[in-house]
Each structure stands twice: as C-alpha cells, then as structure tokens.
Design a protein around this ligand. Structure first.
Ligand code: GDG
Length: 485
C-alpha cells in the first residue's frame, strides 16, 4: 500500500504536530518530539493502536510529506504565511482566545479572519478524512479546530468524532458576541462527544446551544434534529492532567536534585524562594502577582535576599499586539520594583524571558518553596499539577487562583482571587508562614489527587466517553455506519 493510502483506526488532530523540525549545523533536517503533555498523553493511547496525527508542522509554506515518527503516522497540514496571520494569530489568538478568557483584553473581529479559519479547518477535515480507516475514532483538539467535527462528519459519516476543549468555554453572554457563533456551535455539534476541563465549561456550551440555536437539551446532552441528521451529543467534563510517573521520576533523578540545590545556592540560599512559571500571556495574571509582591516589598513583609521571587515568562505569540503590550508592561513593572527594592547581589525579582528544558523546569519546581499560580482565567493550568508532582519530598506550597481548572481539583492549595490584591498578598504570606508540618499534609493530599488522575487516565476516560456516546442512526447513503460500538 502506498504511504498516501494508509488508513488508521485512531486519528488525532491538533493545530500543531507533536514534533518540531530541527536543522543540524550541516543542514540535515530531523524531527524532535515536542515535550508537551498532550504528546505524552497521546503516546500512551497510540502506542498499542494504529494511530495518525494531523497538524501543522509550525512553519509557513508547503507541508512536508507525511512521515512516520515514534510509532505515529504524521500527516502535516500546510499553512501559508497569510493563513498563519489570519487563521492562527488572528481568529484563533486575537478573536477566540480573548472571548473564551472573559475578554481580559478586547477581542478583534474581522470577517476575513473567519474566512481563513473556515478554509484551514476544511483542510484539516480533508486530511483527517483521507487518513481515517472505516469506522475510525477521530479525536480533535482545541479552539483552533472547532469547525472540524462538522466538516469531518459531512465527509465521513462512518467515523466517530470527539473534540476536547483545552481552554474555558465562555458564558453565553460573552460567546454571543461572536458574529460566527452559530457556525461554531454547529461545527462542534458535528462531534459525537465533547470534552471540557470543568463542569461549568460543558454547561456553558449546552446553554449556548439552547439559547442561541434553540435546540433541546437535557442534562449534559444536546439534541440535534435536522432532516438529514438527528442525534444526541454529550458534553461533559474530563479535566486534563499530566504524566505523573514520568515527571516524578525526572524530579527524583540525582542530576535534577543537584541542579535544584545549585539554583538555591546561586540565589543566595533564601529562606523562601517564590516561583512563577507561565507563558507570557495576559490570562496568567502575572501583572496582578507582581503588583501584590511589590506591595509586600514596600511593606517590608518580604525582602531580598531572605525572600527571592523568580518569574519565568516563556515567550509566546510575539507577533500579536496584545502580547507585545503585555511584555512591555510586565518588564516595566519588574524594572521599577528592582530599581526600588533590589540590593547589590540581591535582586527583588528575577525575571527570565526564556524557555527551558524539562529538567530545568523540574529543578526549579523542586527548588521553590512557594509556587504562585494566579491566572485571571485558565482552562486547567498544568504548571500547578507539575509542581505538586515534582514535590516527591512533600515540601513546598501552592498559591492557586480560583479561576483555574486546577482549583476544582487541588483543594488543599492556598486559594486566592487575583483581582483582590489584599487577598492575594495574604494568600502569599500564608503560604510562606504556615508551619512545614501543615504544608506537608496539604502537599501530600494534592499529590495523591494528581497521581490518581494522571494524563493516561484522562485520555482513557475521554476515549471511553467517546466510545459510549449515544448511538446514531445509520446514514441513509452511501452505506451503513461501520466502526466501533
Ligand atoms: C492550555 C490552556 C491548559 C512552560 N514554559 C516552559 C514549559 N512550559 C510548559 C509547562 C506546562 C505547559 O508548558 C503550559 O501549560 P499550562 O496548562 O500552564 O498553560 P497553556 O500553555 O496556556 O495551555 C491551559 C493546557 O492547555 C492543557 O490543556 O491547562 O489552561 O491554556 O506543561 O510546564 N516547558 C518547558 N520549558 C519552558 O520554558 N520545557
């Protein structure tokens, strides 16, 4: 069988392929698995199945030919420079992202962006239809591909389609602003099963179907009834997680532990090392965190070198204007605090606008006495789960915003409302001052939760829900539905 004719029982589609293109010094091109949680999760479900992954390879222009890598068949989707600007940076990151995150910054609406979004979603759907075996399971990921379920259903009524939303699904009052709201809901309703991070996200979706499309809903299911398509679609919460065993093992390695010790020493062995790790994104509440910390410095409740605050801000979406503005604001504020409160050899805030290898992240988590996770809105926040996973020593304390998905699972965190700067300051101080014995108890409970609900369990639960989604009538033509029951 020629490579282009291969067909797979499991097809995953996400905006990005799970690999990055690496060009060596002598110009040789190879692919390296990208380290994200999604890749780890999918590896475990694809390992024993015949799986393909459809996604963009990360560079504008022609797509590479499909290829096999680490037991997965990768089917690249091409994006032109214009499509990257309009489908990805524009509609996905400057229209949908703000609307789905409480409009923390304003959303931009451009009809041309949506046209490109539709065009690219169709290209993904066609690629999926091309590689899916008869009756295959198709798992579509995230807000960039919301029209794909409906488009795949049109092309391939025989396959079973699931979609997972990594970010929040907004309340209907905000979602309703989107001029393309109907197309998006109808696109999603092409799926058999829709998974969300929180119960509230699933409920927001169901409510939007009722109020904006006038569809009948009952509990977590929406009834789609059209002349040619009559089905029930289930929408429920399956919170994502991380590879607990793999990350814990990395944290335990002598090299990681030695690096954690070295990090503390190079910071002057502070009594308390506070850490923030985020993509530099306005949803993450980095500004609120820095404001609160600045006030604690001004009130002399914290002072370097006794307390040191390290903020890792990973570069993100640097061509989108809101992100350029955010970077300027954060860096201005960090500069102001350091000017006022640093001493020679003892900066008040260590700000790092870099991306680090996984081991370095694990070492930072292991070194930090307090992790500050203060988003204004966040689908889940994997950093919080990674922190507790790395703390095999049961040390450390987690300050956690109630506007994250993680808040609904990690009940033993020091919970804060990041908009309430006084409350945030108190939360930080409680995390510093609570006796170690009590903090160990809290950490132990959080670790148990993540160990029991790891990413492998998440993927298995999603696929079970998809497999047991309500049956649908066989399509009239061209043949009856094959596939899984
Ligand atoms: C979206 C949703 C949801 C960060 N800097 C470095 C690095 N990271 C890793 C972290 C973590 C991941 O990136 C970030 O995940 P988050 O969950 O915190 O946030 P988003 O990127 O916004 O992800 C979010 C997630 O999807 C999954 O569904 O939780 O709510 O917004 O794994 O460790 N990793 C390395 N170097 C870095 O510098 N190696």
């Amino acid at each position: 069988m020629s490579p282009s004719k291969r067909a797979f029982d499991l097809v995953v589609a996400a905006n990005r392929l799970p690999v990055d293109r690496v060009v060596s010094a002598d110009g040789e091109v190879s692919w390296r698995t990208s380290p994200g949680g999604l890749v780890t999760a999918m590896e475990s479900v694809m390992r024993d199945r015949d799986g393909a992954w459809v996604g963009w390879a990360g560079e504008a222009g022609e797509a590479p030919e499909p290829f096999e890598e680490q037991g997965m068949w990768l089917r690249p989707v091409a994006l032109s420079e214009d499509e990257v600007k309009q489908y990805y940076e524009g509609f996905s990151n400057d229209t949908l992202w703000p609307i789905y995150h409480d409009v923390i910054v304003g959303a931009s609406f451009h009809r041309q962006w949506f046209t490109q979004y539709e065009k690219v979603n169709r290209r993904f759907a066609e690629a999926i239809a091309e590689v899916a075996a008869k009756g295959a399971t198709v798992w579509v990921h995230d807000y960039q591909l919301q029209l794909v379920p409906g488009m795949v259903r049109e092309l391939r009524p025989d396959v079973r389609i699931g979609w997972f939303d990594h970010i929040p699904f907004p309340p209907v009052e905000l979602f309703a602003q989107l001029p393309w709201r109907r197309a998006i809901l109808e696109g999603l309703l092409g799926a058999d099963y829709l998974g969300f991070q929180r119960v509230a996200d699933a409920q927001n979706f169901v409510r939007a179907c009722r109020q904006l499309l006038g569809l009948q809903t009952r509990g977590d299911t929406v009834s789609v009834s059209r002349a040619d398509d009559s089905r029930r679609v289930r929408a429920s919460a399956v919170p994502i997680s991380i590879d607990f065993k793999g990350l814990e093992a990395l944290a335990k390695e002598p090299e990681t532990r030695a690096r954690a010790k070295e990090i503390r020493e190079s910071l002057g062995d502070p009594e308390t090392l506070l850490l923030g790790v985020d993509r530099l994104d306005y949803t993450k509440g980095i500004g609120h965190r820095i404001k609160a910390y600045g006030e604690l410095l001004a009130e002399d409740k914290v002072a370097p070198p006794r307390e040191v605050f390290v903020q890792v801000a990973t570069p993100s979406r640097e061509r989108v204007e809101a992100y350029q503005q955010l970077r300027a604001e954060i860096e201005g504020e960090v500069g102001r605090l350091n000017g006022e409160f640093s001493r020679i050899g003892a900066p008040a805030v260590q700000y790092l606008h870099h991306s680090y290898p996984r081991r370095e992240m694990a070492a930072l988590f292991l070194a930090a006495d307090v992790l500050l996770v203060t988003p204004l809105r966040d689908g889940m926040n994997l950093v919080a789960k990674e922190y507790v996973t790395c703390r095999y020593d049961e040390g450390g304390a987690l300050v956690l915003s109630e506007f994250t998905g993680a808040f609904h699972e990690l009940h033993q965190a020091f919970v804060v409302n990041p908009h309430d700067i006084e409350g945030l300051k108190q939360g930080i101080m409680r995390a510093i001052e609570t006796p170690d014995k009590e903090k160990r108890r809290l950490m132990r409970a959080m670790r148990r939760r993540v160990a029991d609900h790891d990413v492998q369990r998440w993927a298995a639960r999603f696929l079970e829900n998809l497999a047991s989604a309500p049956e649908r009538p066989a399509p009239a033509a061209p043949s009856s539905r094959g596939g899984r029951s």
